[in-house]
Write a protein that binds this ligand. Structure first.
Ligand code: NDP
Length: 316
């Protein structure tokens, strides 16, 4: 099955980046088609990572905070108001080798003069049974977003890389104590970050340990640890758990198609959203492993829409 209609633009992904690109391209009369993802999925869900959070207090314009899912609903409504169209499924295949570009949803092919890729990234998680239930209720993967909610509390951070130490250091502004749980007896983090952790009196490192259990009813009330050498079990009565074991960009669809960095993030030309294929743009977390904030993703979605609009104009 295929649609004969060649669209001006297809947007893949519907987090803050994709929906901002949708608002801008819709208002530029480009009638975007947003392929927004699959509701049952935790990596490709419509709305992106904010659908997994609770309160967002740092998105400008909401002085009293806003719930992540509600914020994404507002983004979507704003795009729909200007006639962006949505398909609530995920893209299964792309072919960017010739124009018009081809984008498939199952066996249905869609054609477009340009494509904006905003498929986001996902935090790697521990894979514990009740992890999803506690997400946003004591369990988080973003200290910048959620640290403030843990004022005066004790927190565990899992991971031994630069992210874990950065998160742990940031969290000491709020927490009374941060225990860094490291699965080996060495840190992967750079020397300077290691020193920062060791110099911070509020950070204690628990070596050779893995979080293997989560306790609590409505909210997280403690974590169970297993010693990775002896197998010995222990418990920490903490109310916060931050998992900082890395992120994975959602770029499987684009392997061998779009240029990527070694860590799998899409490469964009500096200061723009241009990928290596003219007419294909990337924005949001799928191309940003540094900032990863809703507001920076939204900003880059706006950049992609403007780049796309100007590029389409230049083709006529
Ligand atoms: P990394 O891959 O560097 O580190 C991941 C850490 O998590 C490692 O310590 C790893 O342990 C641990 N880990 C992985 N899986 C598990 C698991 N299932 N259970 C417990 N622990 C686990 O990821 P980061 O996100 O820290 O960093 C990504 C990149 O970003 C790096 O290049 C980093 O340098 C960079 N970065 C730089 C910053 C800065 O300079 N300010 C800040 C943040 C990131 P193990 O070592 O045993 O594999």
């Amino acid at each position: 099955m295929s649609s004969e209609n060649v669209r001006d633009v297809i947007i893949i992904g519907s987090g803050p980046a994709g929906l901002t690109a949708a608002i801008y391209t819709a208002r530029a009369n480009l009638a975007p088609l947003v392929i927004e993802g699959e509701p049952s999925s935790t990596s490709d869900q419509p709305g992106g990572q904010l659908m997994l959070t609770t309160e967002v207090e740092n998105f400008p314009g909401f002085p009293d905070g806003v719930m992540g899912p509600e914020l994404m609903l507002k983004f979507r409504e704003q795009a729909a108001r200007f006639n962006a169209e949505f398909i609530t499924e995920k893209v299964t295949k792309v072919d960017f080798s010739a124009r018009p570009f081809k984008v498939w949803v199952r066996d249905e092919m869609h054609l477009a003069k340009s494509v904006i890729v905003s498929t986001g990234a996902q935090s790697l998680m521990l894979g514990l049974e009740n992890e999803q239930r506690f997400y946003g209720h004591g369990l988080s993967s973003c200290a910048t977003c959620d640290g403030f909610f843990f004022k005066g509390q004790e927190i565990v951070v899992v991971g031994g890389g630069d992210s874990a130490i950065e998160e742990a250091s940031f969290l000491t502004k709020f927490a009374t104590k941060v225990t860094l749980v490291v699965r080996r007896d060495v840190l992967r983090a750079s020397k300077i970050m290691q020193q920062r952790a060791k110099d911070n009196p509020k950070i204690e490192i628990k070596w050779n340990s893995q979080v293997t259990e989560l306790f609590g009813t409505e909210k997280l009330a403690g974590v169970g640890l297993t010693d990775t050498v002896t197998g010995e079990k222990s418990k920490l009565d903490v109310t916060g758990l931050f998992v900082a074991i890395g992120h994975r960009p959602n770029t499987d669809l684009f392997k061998g198609v779009l240029d990527m960095l070694d860590n799998g993030y899409l490469k964009t030309k500096s200061g723009s959203s241009y990928t290596n294929i003219p007419g294909v743009f990337a924005c949001g977390d799928v191309q940003d492993h540094t900032y990863r904030q809703a507001i920076t993703a939204a900003g880059s979605g706006c950049m992609a829409a403007i780049d796309c609009e100007r590029w389409l104009e230049s083709q006529h």
